[in-house]
Design a protein around this ligand. Sequence first.
Ligand code: CAO
Length: 443
Amino acid sequence: MAKKAKKKAATKKKKGAAKKSARPPKGKGLLALSGVKILDMTHVQSGPTCTQLLAWFGADVIKIERPGVGDATRGQLRDIPNVDSLYFTMLNHNKRSVTLNPKSPMGQKIFARLIEECDVMVENFAPGAIDRMGFPWEKIQKINPRMIYASVKGFGPGPYEDCKVYENVAQCTGGSASTTGEIGSVPLVTGAQIGDSGTGLHLALGIVTALFQRERTGKGQRVTCAMQDGVLNLCRVKLRDQQRLPHGPLKEYPQYPNKPFGKAVPRAGNASGGGQPGWIVKCKGWETDPDAYSYVIAQAAAFPGLAKAIGREDWLTDPQWNTPEARLPKLDKMFEIIEQWTMTKTKFEVMEILNPLDVPCGPILSMKELAEEQSLRKTGTVVEVDHPKRGKYLSVGNPIKLSASPTKVVRSPLLGEHTDEVLKAVVGLSKKEIEEARKSGAV
Ligand code: CAO
């Protein structure tokens, strides 16, 4: 096919896909949150993670975006010019997009109507932004006493409550960074978005809990999650260790017994964080493949199997090695010996050999390997989505599986794709009023 004709065919195909609305599927059987309407005032990552989950459980999520601009992430980290970024598309599936400026006179009225009609409002703007729009909690409650109003902020009430916060700030202020990294080296942030997506998950639980309580009381309430609190909650075991520290060294940490402990919980490299010694060891191919590693846990119960597998049956009768207490002061040496064995096997072979012996272990999987993993495709944890402007892309589907409320991932909406239908069906505006709203810049 000539280049021009090919291009034409591709454009035609894309236009065809665009005609299909991004509306979540209706139909066979109700989903867990069917009938729940969410007024989604979220942007960037933490809030959108929360509302995407609620949408996957069947809620009708109406995402409000600034006219002509939209969620800033639509344009961030773009891989294709003028096409919604993967940052946006992967956080806003199954939602409807409405453009609306609640600060404009007509926008105020439309927004108040949406508050009346919705069950939940979710937002993660800077502290005070929704109040400055003219909608403090007291007013929202007056408009709709059943409303559940959920917010993510960087910090809870206290010295930092007015601060804007992004992911890594939350990781640093929530205890994760000070406890992550190599011993004696700089604090490290993790690639897992525990501040943003982690807090979004916390918020989603708060919302469904408040919905459950509303079933009994008929009343809404405020739900707030601070990113610092969310991260600290995920670092709970480190606060545990902080309180163990005054009673003696943390024996399962690699610092023990040769390096000193300070006053605060130290970084512990790749130590397991639980009561079982574990470490990351090199596997066959590590010289050229940055991910040719495995995590191996030398759990006491499975130690005989591990010792036999690596050809060190002598450990089982040697008092220098045959008890957890004997091994504890020389875990580094033990993992060096285990590594001599794992370096002769691929990370998948290590898994195949050790797993049947009940030795907890796992290959370090790269994003490439996860994207290609067929078992994750089968469970819908990794899904392929078709987007009218970008074509097919991979996304992470719903990691929470409900047997009676299956998730179908639907592409993210284009900016304002559902403005007219929501203004008509939810707000109750006539065609003429919608035109007026558009002319005035309210939508
Ligand atoms: N129409 C008109 N104006 C709109 C609008 C709309 N539909 N939606 C938002 N706005 C306005 C807000 O009213 C606000 O204006 P004012 O500052 O004048 O009140 C402004 O847009 C957005 O404010 P912001 O301060 O929230 O945005 P920012 O990019 O400067 O900050 C962030 C981003 C994330 C740091 C901040 O929102 C924040 O700290 N949020 C809480 C913590 C959080 O969720 N962090 C997670 C970040 S990644 O997930």
